[in-house]
Design a protein around this ligand. Structure first.
Ligand SMILES: [Zn+2]
Length: 398
């Protein structure tokens, strides 16, 4: 017994709690199908003198071969309905309907609750998914994406996932710096389905109470060791290699990212403007992460050159022209996460002014707009691991 069915006449999902006025009784020419197994259903309990409340039963007479899923589908539908009602309440004036794009074959259901089709203006549609417990396979996800694109061209397709073991593959955390402030972002291992959504231009968000988490791609790489560089930075985060760095892909994670980092936002930031679900604030943060990435990249390379130079200083009596190391152009976001090819130093080596009053890497740091602490005249005492690095590392973002 269930209280919802696929309506083969309209392609929509029938929910008996919404009212039965427009529904025909009993088999209705095969109009009603089970959302779990795809079998024909019979609508009972419509008569005024009926002893039972309206419900669907399998026309074959037996129970659904997949009764657990049948109950789950009803429960998932209720979640979507509540979500719809919440949206309508928060955004009076929008239209918000349920549909099941791509779910036309009752013998092969996609396994997603109906999507919410949110029209915020005549030419502005957002299709919102709130999947149930498990995400269907990536083939079925793509079927839904294609159907949404065909039926609602230009619509934003956003997926609100759950922070549970089925939909949230927690990895760890990532230290980041956003607009000059250190923060810690959670990271997840994306599934094939989540990558398929991002690849198709959809948006994946995780809901966590009143928070929403917006993913970006994290691509790990090792800085290549070039000539005249020392990478054994003193006072670096204990046990970590300063060559280990990462690049971001955004505003959506690129397929093949090693992990997804998550920007946390209040859910209201997504829906404040007529339920547009555009995380402009998250995208702004990702741009800040990309700026920090360029500065961090240059700061570490230049630090490696400077360290080598400090250790191989020429005697003051015999000054020799030293190569000036110009900061590299910023690495582009579209670049694959591969080590950068070494470039011959001779390509960028005009002579440096002979007299240096301070370590030249401080000068380089200033050129790229970075604030760095002055070099101590005597080595400072070692600080506990972790205390010293993040500021020096990501501090390069200014
Ligand atoms: Zn069934």
């Amino acid at each position: 017994m269930s209280y919802s069915a696929k309506d083969m006449a309209t392609g929509r999902i029938i929910r008996l709690a919404d009212g039965v006025e427009s529904l025909e009784p009993l088999m209705a020419g095969g109009r009603y199908r089970c959302r779990s197994c795809g079998s024909a259903l019979t609508l009972r309990g419509l008569k005024e003198d009926s002893q039972v409340a309206p419900h669907f039963s399998h026309t074959s007479g037996g129970p659904c071969p997949n009764p657990g899923r049948e109950a789950e589908l009803d429960a998932e539908l209720e979640v979507v309905i509540k979500f719809r009602d919440r949206l309508r309440k928060a955004n009076p004036g929008i239209t918000c309907t349920l549909a099941a794009p791509g779910d036309d074959d009752p013998t092969d259901p996609i396994g997603l609750p109906p999507a919410l089709i949110v029209c915020t203006a005549p030419d502005s549609t957002v299709v919102v998914e709130r999947p149930g417990i498990e995400l269907p396979g990536s083939g079925k996800i793509r079927r839904r994406i294609t159907a949404v694109r065909d039926g609602h061209g230009g619509a934003e397709h956003v997926w609100f996932l759950r922070r549970d073991r089925f939909q949230f593959g927690k990895l760890g955390t990532l230290q980041v710096r956003i607009d000059g402030k250190d923060e810690e972002h959670e990271t997840v291992a994306p599934t094939e389905q989540q990558e398929a959504i991002a690849e198709a231009g959809g948006s994946v968000y995780w809901l966590d109470g009143q928070l929403v988490q917006v993913p970006y791609g994290v691509h790990w790489f090792l800085h290549p060791v070039r000539a005249k560089q020392d990478w054994d930075f003193p006072r670096w985060r204990r046990g970590e290699d300063p060559r280990k760095d990462w690049r971001i892909s955004h505003p959506r994670p690129r397929v093949g990212a090693d992990a997804w980092g998550l920007v946390p936002l209040p859910l209201s930031a997504l829906t404040r403007t007529e339920a547009r679900f555009r995380p402009a604030q998250a995208h702004h943060m990702m741009e800040s992460l990309a700026r920090a990435e360029s500065a961090r990249y240059n700061w570490r390379r230049n630090r490696a050159f400077a360290l080598y130079k400090e250790r191989h200083q020429q005697p003051a009596s015999a000054p020799a022209p030293m190569p000036e190391i110009l900061p590299d152009p910023e690495p582009t976001q579209a670049e694959p996460a591969q080590p950068v090819e070494p470039q011959p130093l001779a390509d960028a080596s005009p002579a440096l002014p002979p007299a240096e009053t301070e370590p030249w890497w401080e000068d380089v740091a200033r050129q790229i707009g970075v604030d760095v602490p002055p070099m101590p005249s005597t080595p400072p005492a070692l600080r506990p691991a972790g205390e010293d690095d993040s500021g020096r590392d990501t501090g390069a973002c200014g």
